[in-house]
Design a protein. Structure first.
Length: 149
């Protein structure tokens, strides 16, 4: 039996994001932290599920410790991806943080109903968005005890 673990490093984050600017900010923000793990990026919902289920070119993909998920994606949107992750017996324990521009109460409620672990509206300001990403890394990868793979 494996035991739960804190994941100080190295950790793996899967960023599901189609906006190149937000991808750049995420990379830059994580470079400013003590994050020594891997950041993997996929730009649509279908590729996110391929990565997580280790299929279609992702057979050797690591199991992420954390998923940062945008809602508005090409192909399957973030809600569909979240629904599939949380209904899959092998994936449902991976923390999924919805990180999106939407502040619509209906989106917030729907994501929590689909068992998102956290919902964060992306700040539009570069510095504030970078600060949010640093706080996510700090909290989820230094303080939270995550389940084993």
């Amino acid at each position: 039996m494996q035991v739960a673990r804190n994941v100080p490093h190295p950790a793996t984050i899967l960023l599901v994001e189609d906006n190149p600017s937000d991808i750049h900010i995420a990379r830059a923000a994580l470079e400013e932290t003590t994050f020594l793990g891997e950041l993997h990026v996929v730009e649509d919902g279908d590729r996110a599920l391929d990565f997580l289920k280790r299929r279609d070119g992702f057979a050797m993909a690591p199991r992420p410790d954390l998923v940062l998920l945008d809602l508005n994606l090409p192909g399957r949107d973030g809600r569909q991806v979240l629904r599939e992750i949380k209904s899959d017996a092998e994936l449902h324990r991976i923390p999924v943080i919805v990180l999106t521009t939407s502040t619509a109460p209906s989106d917030v409620v729907e994501c929590y109903d689909l068992h998102a672990n956290c919902y964060i509206a992306k700040p539009v300001d570069f510095d504030r968005f970078a600060a949010v990403l640093r706080e996510i890394e700090s909290f989820w990868l230094r303080w939270v005890t995550l389940p084993p793979e």
